[in-house]
Design a protein around this ligand. Structure first.
Ligand code: NI
Length: 136
């Protein structure tokens, strides 16, 4: 159920916010405010080491010796927080590996940092998300 409330803002801040809304293609101020609030709550959950969901994306060199084994080894060490992983052979030289996780924020970050720091990983990202903490 939607509830309404009003917000008072300085004119300059509102102008900047409206520019942000245009740039990010929000359909209205309410949708933008909702999204920013959700993002702040997700960040807070990660910072307080709550139960979170995270997606780790890796692009790495298929030809680097032992790299695939090291990725698998780390995934086995953190098996209890990994929901699933998908490997895509992108082209002759590159692999894409997406690891979906659910667990304590610090564990998810440790796994992500371990994977991203492996030699031969060309790009790595952790997308931090959450359901809002109510479903765990
Ligand atoms: Ni591959």
């Amino acid at each position: 159920m939607l509830k309404r409330f009003s917000i008072s803002l300085e004119e300059d801040l509102l102008e900047n916010f409206d520019a942000y809304i245009l740039q990010h293609r929000y359909s209205n101020r309410s949708e933008a405010v909702r999204d920013l609030i959700r993002k702040s709550l997700v960040r807070e959950e990660w910072e307080s080491n709550s139960q979170v969901v995270g997606v780790i994306t890796l692009v790495y060199d298929h030809h680097r010796p032992q790299l695939q084994e090291k990725v698998t080894e780390l995934q086995h060490r953190f098996y209890n927080i990994i929901t699933s992983s998908t490997h895509v052979h992108m082209d002759h030289d590159n692999c894409l590996e997406v690891t979906i996780t659910k667990g304590k924020a610090s564990d998810v970050q440790e796994l992500a940092q371990g994977l991203i720091a492996l030699k031969g990983v060309k790009d790595g990202n952790l997308t931090m998300s959450s359901t809002g903490g109510k479903l765990y």
